[in-house]
Structures are given as structure tokens and as C-alpha cells.
Unconditional design. Structure first.
Length: 426
């Protein structure tokens, strides 16, 4: 019997292996084609005559899409110059501080070969975290070989999707225990986003709470932002106040404090939490900015001004050692690469503190300083705060609206065209 069916079994197994091999080759070929197309696009952007500008920073640089200041800067430069000679690359990373930016600057320069780097950073240094090198890790040997197969990943993705579609909503997602050693499965992030989009808040909260405990700082930041959205959508004020109480100066929690302070029902609770942290805070500048921002949201302008003035005095009285050390590291890299650099200050902040911070930089003659204080102060008088900022995450300023980003981009374009590139573009 076995002898009769053996040829058929071998034929069937052989056919299956051939199909698997063909699919694997197809998937790998598609991946290679995608990478080739991306590389060709990068090569075209590195073409002769193209002036490349790399913008580095955190969420104030990264966010906004086509309305972000780097995207608007590229459009303004090409419109004013009457050509398409400028390529602006946005390497902003939300939620991270100057340590991460300084660590990755060299690789970004090697990848994009810019003639100029624009730096606006430091606002997150009070909550600097050590980044994780990898999101996904797996063992070696046969298991490692199988896990690396494209067809395995495709089948696993389909399996998880089907499983969650039919079983996840009824029983809830079975989250792995102590998964940090293996890395976070990106599928969980997708499922969490889908749950939030469908307003399945209980499921979304469970997923994002798990994701927020993982090591990767960027994903951690995004997860906590989503948790804030969930708690605001469900009016879970105790959870929001609890997050503020743990660390009110964490950037994502600053935004929550500012939003709650707009509501008179919660204003006193937030102020009590901030008062409770006043003695624990070593660097008073961000705390004073946060106090001023909360008071501003209740229309208490005179009281807010007292705190904002204190913050500006502290800003000019010294420099952040951590931020300064990372700036100086970056200046050395840029000097060795012979790259021009624009050191830009945040909106409404004084440029004097940045100049003091970099007074001993090795390539000081190649540094161009740019402030955004007077232009934003003038705009505030004309259009008001809400036309320029979406929040008050930094106290005296926040993430920019498209109009706020346009102000930054226009200010940069003036400097780049009139001073930095006056002779280079002739």
C-alpha cells in the first residue's frame, strides 16, 4: 500500500515545496524591488545641483506632515529660488531628546549627504530615555531560519489577523507575559490602532497599556499619547490626573495638564498636583513654564506672566549641561563632515541661551543662529495663540499649527537664501 502511494506523496510534497519556494522568491523579489526603487529615489535626490537640507529635532520638527516646517521650507525655498534645487529631509523623532539625535546624526548624514543641517532640540531633555536598538529579535538555528522566511511572516500575519477578527473581540487579546526579551510584535500596535479607530476603548486601553511598558521609547511615547486620547474620549479624568501626578514635566503629560487646565472644573486639581511637585523639581524653568501655561489657559494673564518671566530668567542664567554636551557632540560631527548648520531656537524662546551654550563650539564660524522670538511675538499680537499653536506642551509655546510652522519655515528661508546660500547658488 505504502509503495503504491509513496510516489504520489513525494509528488505532492515536492509540489508543495516548489510552491513555497516560488512564493518565497516572489516575496523576497518584491522586497528587493521596493528597496531598489527607494534607493533610486534617494540617488535622484542626491543628483548634481540639488541642495539637501536635513532637519533634526523631536515632535516640533516631526509632526505636521505636509504642513510641518521642513515640508513647508522645501516648498518656500523652491518657490523663491524659481527652481527645484532644494530637498529638505525631515528626521524629527517625537518624544525623544537630544541624546538620541546626537547619537544618530552621523548615520543620518551618511545616509542623506546633506550640505546643511538644521537643529532645533532640547525641549525633551528633562525626560531623556535610552533608546532600544531593535524592535524585533529572534533566536538562531532552525527556528531563526524559519522565522526569517518571508512566507512564514506572511502566514503568521494572516493567522493573527483571522484569529483576532473572530476571537479577539469576544475573549480579549491574550497578551504575552514578559515579552521584552523577544521584542514587541508590531501587529499589536496595528490592532491597538484599529481598536481605537473603532472606538473599542476597553480593548484599545488594554493594548496600549501593554505597549507603553515596552522598551522602545518612540513606541512608548506614541502609546501614552493614545492612552491620553482614550481617557479624554471616555472622560476618565482620574486616570489623566494620575498620569500628571507621576511626572507632570513629562512632555506627553504636560499636554494633558494644559488641556485639563482649560476646564475650570479640573484647574484646581492640576494646580494642586503641580504645587506638590514644586520642591521635587531641580530644574525650575520647565515647571515655571507649565505653571504659566496653566494660568494662561484660565485667562489669568498677569499671574501667568510672573511664571513666564521667572522661566526666562532661569533660561538665561545658565545652560542645560545634558543638552549642551549633545549639541557640542553634534558640532564636532558637522565640522568633520564640513556641513553648514543652523541652530534654531523654539518659538518665543530667547536665542541668547543657545549662543551661550555653543560659545565654545569647534566650528563656530560655520554655525548660523536663528531665533523665533520676535516673529512669533508679532504674530501673537495679530492672530492670537490658537492660530499658531495646537497646545501648550512647553508652557509658553506648543506644537505649531500649519500657520505656526509656516512662520518657522519662512524665517528659515530668509536666512538660507539671503545669508547662507547667497554665494553658493550663484
Amino acid at each position: 500500500m505504502l509503495k503504491k502511494i509513496a510516489p504520489y506523496l513525494f509528488t505532492a510534497v515536492g509540489s508543495i515545496l516548489l510552491v513555497v519556494l516560488a512564493v518565497e522568491v516572489l516575496l523576497r523579489g518584491a522586497g528587493a524591488l521596493f528597496l531598489f526603487i527607494q534607493e533610486e529615489k534617494n540617488k535622484r535626490s542626491l543628483g548634481q545641483g540639488m541642495y539637501r537640507i536635513l532637519c533634526v529635532g523631536e515632535s516640533t520638527t516631526a509632526l505636521g506632515g505636509e504642513s510641518s516646517y521642513p515640508a513647508q521650507l522645501e516648498r518656500i525655498l523652491n518657490e523663491r529660488s524659481g527652481s527645484s534645487r532644494f530637498k529638505v529631509i525631515n528626521k524629527g523623532v517625537p518624544g525623544l531628546g537630544s541624546g538620541y539625535i546626537a547619537e544618530h546624526l552621523k548615520s543620518w548624514i551618511d545616509e542623506h549627504a546633506p550640505q546643511m543641517v538644521i537643529v532645533m532640540m532640547g525641549i525633551n531633555d528633562g525626560s531623556e530615555r535610552i533608546p532600544v536598538n531593535e524592535l524585533m529579535r529572534h533566536g538562531g538555528g532552525l527556528r531563526g531560519f524559519l522565522v526569517d522566511l518571508r512566507i512564514y511572516k506572511l502566514c503568521r500575519w494572516i493567522y493573527i489577523g483571522v484569529k483576532e477578527r473572530f476571537a479577539g473581540q469576544k475573549k480579549g487579546l491574550e497578551l504575552p507575559v514578559n515579552d521584552s526579551a523577544k521584542g514587541l510584535d508590531p501587529k499589536l500596535v496595528v490592532l491597538a490602532e484599529l481598536a481605537l479607530r473603532e472606538k473599542e476603548y476597553v480593548q484599545a486601553e488594554k493594548l496600549f497599556l501593554y505597549i507603553a511598558k515596552q522598551g522602545n521609547p518612540l513606541i512608548n511615547w506614541k502609546a501614552r499619547m493614545r492612552l491620553h486620547e482614550i481617557y479624554f474620549a471616555t472622560d476618565n479624568i482620574p486616570a489623566l490626573l494620575g498620569m500628571i501626578g507621576k511626572n507632570p514635566l513629562e512632555p506627553v503629560n504636560i499636554d494633558v495638564a494644559m488641556r485639563l487646565c482649560k476646564d475650570h472644573r479640573y484647574f484646581s486639581y492640576v494646580m494642586d498636583l503641580l504645587d506638590g511637585h514644586s520642591l521635587k523639581v531641580k530644574d525650575k524653568m520647565p515647571w515655571h513654564d507649565l505653571m504659566g501655561g496653566c494660568l494662561s489657559n484660565q485667562g489669568l494673564k498677569d499671574q501667568a506672566k510672573v511664571f513666564f518671566d521667572l522661566a526666562r530668567q532661569e533660561e538665561l542664567s545658565g545652560v542645560g549641561v545634558f543638552t549642551q554636551s549633545n549639541y557640542l557632540r553634534m558640532m564636532e560631527i558637522l565640522d568633520k563632515k564640513s556641513v553648514e548648520v543652523v541652530v534654531m531656537q523654539y518659538p518665543l524662546r530667547s536665542l541668547a541661551s543657545l549662543k551661550l551654550m555653543l560659545s565654545d563650539a569647534v566650528n563656530h564660524e560655520r554655525i548660523f543662529f536663528l531665533g523665533n522670538e520676535s516673529n512669533f511675538q508679532k504674530a501673537l499680537m495679530q492672530v492670537g495663540y490658537d492660530a499658531l499653536f495646537t497646545d501648550r506642551f512647553a508652557g509658553d509655546f506648543g506644537h505649531c499649527t500649519p500657520e505656526g510652522n509656516r512662520l518657522i519655515a519662512s524665517n528659515l528661508a530668509d536666512l538660507i537664501l539671503e545669508k547662507v546660500l547667497k554665494t553658493a547658488l550663484k
